[in-house]
Write a protein that binds this ligand. Structure first.
Ligand code: ADP
Ligand code: MG
Length: 140
């Protein structure tokens, strides 16, 4: 077990439905600490850059449109094995396949509007945290 940090994003479908607090409660109940958090609106350029790994996928342009459609809340989460733990709390990408009690099973509207993002590896977590936060905004 290792103390890790991961990047989380509460997506526009969730901020629209006023679910920031409900999602944060599930993260905290799982043992993740929110050590940085801010609400912002992604520009098209920033959303494209963030999701650049998916640029060849058919859903890429719709995903960028969705992620810029309203405010997001970006967060740094800290905890033991935070990257994997957060992925477990989030649930599967497709809410129809997500386990009961996960954020996506509970709140997601669709495979696209699935309420949360979470880094998929410690290396990507570091890159994604630096994409949104400066060191002095993270208070562990
Ligand atoms: P995850 O967010 O679980 O890591 P991916 O990295 O594969 O999933 O995809 C990034 C995001 O792209 C998903 O969270 C979802 O919003 C969207 N997405 C993934 N697959 C699809 C799909 N088949 N159709 C529409 N949107 C999708
Ligand atoms: Mg992913």
């Amino acid at each position: 077990m290792a103390l890790e940090r991961t990047l989380s994003i509460i997506k526009p479908d969730a901020t629209r439905r006023n679910l920031t607090g409900a999602i944060n409660a599930l993260l905290e109940a799982a043992g993740l600490r929110i050590i940085a958090q801010k609400r912002l609106r992604l520009s098209e350029a920033r959303a494209k850059e963030f999701y650049a790994v998916h640029k060849e996928r058919l859903f890429y342009s719709d995903l960028v449109k969705f992620m810029t459609s309203g405010p997001v809340v970006v967060q740094v989460l800290e905890g033991e094995d935070a990257v994997l733990l957060n992925r477990k709390v989030m649930g599967a990408t497709d809410p129809a396949l997500a386990v009961e009690g996960t954020i996506r099973k509970t709140f997601a509207e669709s495979i696209e509007a699935n309420s949360v993002h979470g880094s998929d590896s410690p290396d990507n977590a570091k890159i994604e945290i630096e994409f949104f936060f400066s060191q002095d905004e993270i208070v562990g």
